[in-house]
Design a protein around this ligand. Sequence first.
Ligand code: NA7
Length: 531
Amino acid sequence: MFDVVVVGAGFSGLYLLHRLREQGLSVRVLEAADGVGGTWYWNRYPGARCDVDAVEYGFSFSPELDRTWRWDERYATQERILEYLDHVADTYDLRRDITFGTRVAGATWDEGAARWTVRTEGGDELTARFVVMATGCLSKPKKPDIPGIESFAGPTYFTSTWPHEGVDFTGRRVAVIGTGSSGVQAIPRIAEQAARLHVFQRTANFIVPAGNHELTEDDHDPDTLAARRASGMACPLGLAFEFTETNLKNAVDLPEAERTAEFERLWNRGGLPMMLGFADLLVDERANRMVAEFIAEKIRRRVHDPEVAAALIPSGFPVGAKRLCVDIDYYEAFNRDNVKLVDLRATPIERVTPAGIQVGGTEIPVDDLVLATGFDALTGALTAIDIRGKDGLRLTEAWEHGPRTYLGLCVAGFPNLFAVAAGPGSPGVLSNMRVSIEQHVDWITDCVRYVDEQGMGRIEATEQAQDQWVEHVREVGDTTLFPRANSWYVGANVPGKPRVFMPYIGGVPVYREECAEVAAKGYAGFHLTPA
Ligand code: NA7
């Protein structure tokens, strides 16, 4: 029997293994892939990068990693992040406790013995006192329900499970379906290679420029790193950001010139902090429309053909309510002769045929089909595993009407089970994931130590605490514009998924305080019992 079984060897699983092992616990990590990396193992599509500055995305817990690792660009490529995670695994000799090529099929709680039995798809069983789901927030790919898609005769590539050997699109007629972050990153790179690229856009997204650049030794200076990390800890999104007097004001209260100057400054700075520009951007429709119009004007300037530009301008939902995309040369791709935008709002896909995609009664011939169609986010990776808690209660039953958690970390009825930074009800996806992952891992390892020190064998969130937390998450979400978009934050991209705004938008510092307070009060809202 293990003290802890961890599912997943991405950022969360690796740090968990390190911390739990430091605490003297026996740990086994089960990982479906043949290597570490999680998201960064699978998503190998051309142009794949993190949309958070690399120096802020790398782990903060290890002076050793700071000393031995250098990022080369502001936004690290998938390849570089995977190299980094391999380096983390080497540095802390993590692989010896990881079983690769092993997908978890189920986990069942035994109330009498106070332990979990974890089953793999290969039929192996492991027992553990605790289970931690480090399964990621965007790790269950979502296949689009498009008629005829299975009939396509050429190769179909998912951005989320891209072939390791890469794909050469030279001379090929390529179709990309999906214009979220993955599509926005892949399209300019595929456009450089393909003979012809058709981009099928159902919803235009709000996209801000990356402002990517090379990094120097100065960016890795220990004091600079420490300052950036401290700034990230104080920011609601977990991103290093120097708040100024202007950013704390409401956009609607400022003269246009002053407001536009700040939008312009943030636009040129590049990246996700665009939405930190003013206090009201994500809560007041009027302010949100101001930033939307600012972005629309940028699109009109970047895209030469006014009709194409108009189709690329988002409408019908607030800026930031679907996750912002961060681009490198996205709009410029539509100025190329070999790239054509197909606006599905005007002409929906009728069906995929063996030889192409039919829209408006015409078949567009296609050799290669690329699906950048997203994920069953936040809950998908958890409900894909047959998790059974007390009295055989299935997680899918407990979440039938929408996910319910306490702090995004635990679920009532499922003792000794934790989810890291991906659980609905936690701020993970609305933050720099690394910040949220480290906070959750530290909290979970402290919690396990506390349970052991108290001579207890079992910890479970109470229904009452969970109800209050679910209500709190909903209330805070409702004060913002987030629930107004059909985003994966509300599960709108998966037919039949209950519409619930899943992430906690209280902000990383507030949430950290809330979790710390729960721990300080002897794990308030949890029921601890001896094994
Ligand atoms: P996203 O952001 O969920 O984007 C998926 C895209 O695929 C989006 O444009 C969808 O349009 C489109 N889509 C999905 N199904 C269809 C069908 N059936 N027809 C046409 N278009 C479709 O996933 P990503 O992988 O890009 O990014 C996920 C996150 O990873 C991202 O937010 C970052 O945090 C990193 P829709 O908007 O639903 O109309």
